[in-house]
Design a protein around this ligand. Structure first.
Ligand code: SF4
Ligand code: SF4
Length: 479
């Protein structure tokens, strides 16, 4: 977001030398090389450890990544499914992106907002923000990811702060946005403080690639070109008071195994320094966008490898939520839900002002092409058909369960006591406010099936009473 050198200099912890780059490129390459010689017995030990929900170390992750043995892959999927069910149950948290500005000073070769691309750029007025939010609320969304390109004149931090205030204030019928995650460019501690003050949920920033030579090649101009400054953004976010941060890479830019290890080392760096690693990990995969050709990227990840990578991340960091966007198609999303994904977007539009226009393709320039263009209701309805409980829960951030408080609850297993009732209560709200008769029946059946499964008796009784109150018209219960 803020790109001037003055702003950079103002940061409390300014990375100004290679010593601040905690990703050691040669170390990762060495891990991958050594991993080739892992015995079958060692792989089985690693998988046993993963099956105990203990997470994995660097060399262990590298060993799983490079193994080509189909029997290992089958066990990886099996354990990933087991971890997913044990920790996340059958709940899937729903979200949608909201693009507010496509002005950008960077030249990222994979993105249509690249400053070298000629198109009519747009930034939403506050009235237009309200209009977009109204459409999102009419879809039932309660949790959004606010997205913007980097441009400190057109889209300064104060504009983002205004957008957040406008979004939180905008209530349409029973709708409201209860959590805003923010995905904007690496910035200063002072700017992160501003986001914290206005109620940011998770600060999301993708490293795009941890492989520094590739990073420098695909970021040809603009402040984002600075690998160290980008890499240390979460350190500054923490120093600014934001303790929920979400990482990710854009799979397809560099060797995907290198990227997974980069993510894990970044996670550990944050754990060591701030006592809490990533709140979430996103796994976007390169898809076509205006002004770029996929054929220019030599490291595209095929479906089978991608599925294996998602499963291995699930084994490596069992308590970190994993997000998937509509970059992936319907079939792939379905598969990945089984091996690790815990949050998905639905009904997404990836262009500025796109929700308010009927023909999105003609009127909004999307940041990338969407591969699952079903409506939110269609996605949510199918989740129930598949045995999942779609959740619109935003309770943790609103109850102050963030950062290490959240992670210690997650690791103790106690978070389950609140996730399921919150999922069922928010699904009940959704069904009444946004579902048709057929959907309501389906959701009611799922709620009736799941309510008795709430282990804590006090919470179960209260959740049952709250569901009745929601049916009578009260809203917004959470534990
Ligand atoms: Fe700008 Fe972000 Fe796109 Fe890069 S990825 S061109 S920083 S909007
Ligand atoms: Fe997420 Fe917390 Fe809600 Fe569980 S209770 S779904 S962890 S916000």
């Amino acid at each position: 977001m803020v790109a001037t050198m003055e702003a950079v200099d103002a940061a409390v912890k300014v990375p100004d030398s290679e010593t601040d780059v905690f990703i050691d490129q040669a170390y990762i390459e060495d891990l991958l090389e050594k991993a080739k010689y892992t015995s079958d017995a060692d792989i089985q030990n690693i998988l046993d450890k993963a099956e105990r929900y203990e997470g994995l170390g660097h060399q262990e992750i590298a060993a799983l990544l490079v193994s080509k043995d189909p029997a290992h892959t089958a066990r990886i999927f099996d354990i990933a499914g087991k971890i997913k069910r044990h920790i996340y149950g059958n709940r899937i948290v729903m979200f949608a992106p909201l693009y507010v500005s496509d002005y950008c000073v960077n030249r990222c070769s994979y993105c249509s907002y690249n400053c070298g691309h000629e198109f009519s750029r747009k930034k939403l007025t506050m009235d237009e923000v309200r209009q977009e939010v109204k459409f999102l609320e009419q879809m039932g969304h309660k949790r959004i990811a606010l997205e913007a390109g980097e441009h400190d004149k057109e889209c300064p931090i104060d504009y983002i702060v205004d957008c957040m205030r406008t979004i939180y204030d905008m209530k349409f019928e029973n709708g409201e946005i209860r959590r805003i995650n923010v995905n904007i460019a690496a910035t200063t501690v002072e700017n992160y403080k501003k986001l914290q003050e206005v109620g940011i949920g998770t600060y999301v920033l993708f490293q795009e690639t941890y492989h520094q030579p590739t990073y420098e090649k695909v970021h040809k101009a603009g402040p984002k070109k600075n690998y160290a400054y980008h890499l240390t953004a979460f350190d500054r976010a923490h120093l600014g008071g934001i303790d929920d941060v979400g990482g990710g890479v854009l799979f397809g830019l560099a060797d995907p195994y290198f990227e997974v290890l980069g993510l894990m080392i970044h996670n550990e760096h944050l754990e060591e320094r701030f006592n809490v690693g990533f709140h979430t990990i996103s796994v976007p995969r390169l898809v076509p966008a205006n002004g770029m050709n996929l054929t220019d990227f030599p490291h595209l990840v095929d479906d089978a490898t991608f599925e294996r990578i998602v499963a291995i991340i699930r084994l490596a960091v069992p308590f970190t939520g994993m997000l998937l966007s509509t970059r992936e198609n319907h079939a792939m999303r379905k598969k990945l839900l089984q091996v690790g994904i815990s949050q998905i977007s639905a009904g997404s539009c990836t262009g500025v002002g796109g929700y308010a226009v009927k023909d999105k393709k003609e009127k909004a320039n999307p940041q990338f092409n969407v591969n699952d263009d079903r409506t939110a209701l269609e996605v949510i309805s199918e989740l129930i058909d598949d045995g999942y409980v779609p959740s619109f829960c935003t309770a943790c951030y609103r109850s102050g369960r963030t950062g290490d408080r959240f992670m210690s609850l997650a690791k103790s297993g106690q978070i389950k006591n609140v996730c399921l009732p919150n999922a069922l209560m928010t699904l009940c709200e959704y069904a009444i406010d946004y579902g048709d008769e057929a959907f309501r029946q389906k959701a009611d059946a799922a709620i009736a099936r799941e309510l008795p499964g709430i282990a804590n008796e006090k919470i179960r009784v209260k959740a049952m009473a709250n569901v009745e109150k929601i049916r009578q018209g009260t809203r917004d219960f959470y534990f």
